[in-house]
Design a binder for this molecule. Structure first.
Ligand code: NDP
Length: 469
């Protein structure tokens, strides 16, 4: 029996009572997950609540040691985890995909485990002494998406655990096996009940968010669900971090070398086959370099292999699920019907397997096209021509979301000046979507609120306490 099969067998539910989970590329059943109910959610919260005081009492040193041991366990099982993730989510093993995601889980966990959150001395002037320190909140609910199910789950649980909270994690119904596998491996090193998965549907997620014993909800997913979670959590005034959808704009200035930036533009848009919250989703290019940039990005797109993720040759995969595939197809068809130019791709690719859509570059589009205004969340990039930088900045800022943005230029200072005019949580220069565990990440406007990563991320999963006197 392979190690991947052994791990799958350990986390699987009985096929008689469980729900079958398909391989995203082939449709074949990978395994079964339990169908848990509101009662199971209540039981998980009760167990997490009971385990929290002892976990907190371990102190920073004790928790750090346990979390670092959990990171070692992830590293030791990295290939099995990547294989399950690749099959369930669809992302290839190779490239910035499944192995990369498992590696990021261990990197972010180690960083959360070792980042210090010092007590802040606020005033110490001989008359007044006041300090602020950060304590555990209690039970954190971690509700995750299907695009980077392990990594985003880790972004939610690692800082929460580090600060002495216990976690109940609800994965997306589209990718529960990946999260069950990751938690199973982590739990080889963690005390019982500090990190508990619940495999339930959206209604079960609502029940979890509204639970009176949940002190904080960490959520990544759509803006619409984020609003529902804010309502559910409102009754209890549970704290919230909401990382919601985006429609990131990139602005390319006329002074770029199109060949030199083409590959980074491509991966900014197509990482994880475009299914990334902070991917480049609409690209505004100055008319002087428009044709050259379109051609250079299209040339990269033609060369990047797409197919079944277990084949080491592939670095792009399918759209994870049929509902998302239909959104991508509909937006591309709408652009075609309105006269846009399909430079590369533009069609479904059923010969590759379930829910494959060709790598697609759409040119001669404008604001007001659905593929520009709506989040495509898949392998299709619209490239828009502009002539005036003020108009490009206005276009970038005109939507109600603001997760990321980017400016591309040969002159870094000029790019920084334009970056300051973009309303987004992160603006990258000559890159898009790169993340670092020491650099806080979060959205503005309808892309949500609250910061993740680093010291800011630790503060967001704890409660401040001032001691004055
Ligand atoms: P959702 O926002 O619907 O789902 C995200 C998570 O929330 C899932 O675990 C889901 O559970 C859960 N959920 C659903 N309803 C509720 C509720 N009422 N209360 C609490 N939790 C709930 O995203 P989808 O998967 O449906 O994707 C829809 C769109 O969201 C995509 O088209 C994409 O545009 C965007 N998206 C953005 C992501 C990002 O990283 N910002 C990631 C994924 C999607 P369940 O799966 O069981 O319904």
């Amino acid at each position: 029996m392979s190690e991947t099969t052994a791990l799958l067998d350990r986390i699987q539910a009985d096929p008689e009572t469980g729900r079958a989970i398909p391989d995203a590329a082939t449709g074949e059943t990978i395994g079964y997950v339990p169908k848990q109910t509101a009662d199971d959610v209540d039981a998980a919260v009760a167990r997490a609540q009971a385990a929290q005081p002892a976990w907190d009492a371990l102190g920073h040193e004790g928790r750090r040691a346990a979390l670092l041991a959990a990171a070692d366990a992830i590293d030791a099982h990295a290939e099995e985890l990547a294989t399950i993730l690749s099959r369930e989510q669809g992302k290839p093993l190779n490239g910035p995909n499944a192995r990369f995601e498992v590696g990021a889980c261990s990197t972010w966990l180690r960083d959360a485990a070792t980042t210090e959150l010092e007590t802040e001395v606020l005033v110490d002037d001989g008359e007044t002494y006041a300090e602020m320190s950060y304590q555990a909140l209690g039970v954190v609910a971690a509700i995750g998406p299907w695009n980077w199910p392990m990594m985003i789950g880790m972004w939610q649980s690692a800082p929460s655990l580090r600060m002495g909270n216990t976690v109940v994690a609800k994965p997306s119904s589209s990718t529960p096996l990946s999260v069950l596998a990751l938690i199973d491996v982590m739990n080889q090193a963690l005390p019982a009940d500090v990190l508990i998965p619940v495999v339930t549907n959206g209604a079960g997620g609502g029940h979890l968010a509204a639970h009176p014993d949940v002190a904080k909800v960490m959520f990544t997913g759509s803006t619409e669900t984020g609003r529902r979670i804010a309502e559910s959590a409102g009754g209890n005034l549970a704290r919230l971090t909401l990382e919601l959808g985006g429609n990131d704009a990139g602005i390319v200035l006329p002074d770029v070398d199109p060949q030199a930036i083409a590959e980074d533009l491509f991966w900014g848009a197509f990482i994880n086959t475009g299914q990334t919250c902070a991917a480049l989703k609409r690209l505004y290019v100055h008319e002087d370099v428009y044709d050259d940039v379109v051609d250079a990005v299209a040339a990269v797109a033609r060369q990047v292999p797409m197919g079944n993720g277990l084949d080491e040759g592939n670095v792009l995969g399918p759209v994870q699920n049929a509902a998302q595939f239909e959104i991508v197809q509909e937006l591309v068809e709408d652009a075609k019907a309105r006269g846009a130019r399909i430079v590369v791709g533009g069609e479904a690719a059923p010969e590759l397997g379930a829910n494959f859509f060709q790598t697609t570059i759409v040119a001669e589009v404008a604001d007001g096209y659905r593929i520009v205004d709506e989040e495509q969340f898949g392998p299709a990039l619209p490239i828009i021509r502009y002539s005036d930088i003020d108009e490009a900045v206005a276009s970038a800022n005109r939507l109600d979301v603001g997760l990321g943005g980017s400016v591309w230029s040969g002159d870094r200072e000029k790019a920084r000046e334009i970056a300051k005019r973009l309303r987004a949580g992160t603006v990258w220069i000559n890159q898009h979507g790169t993340l670092h565990p020491k650099v806080p990440f979060g959205g503005v406007k309808q892309s949500g609120y609250g910061l993740e990563f680093s010291v800011a991320g630790l503060k967001s999963v704890s409660e401040p306490r001032v001691i004055n006197g």
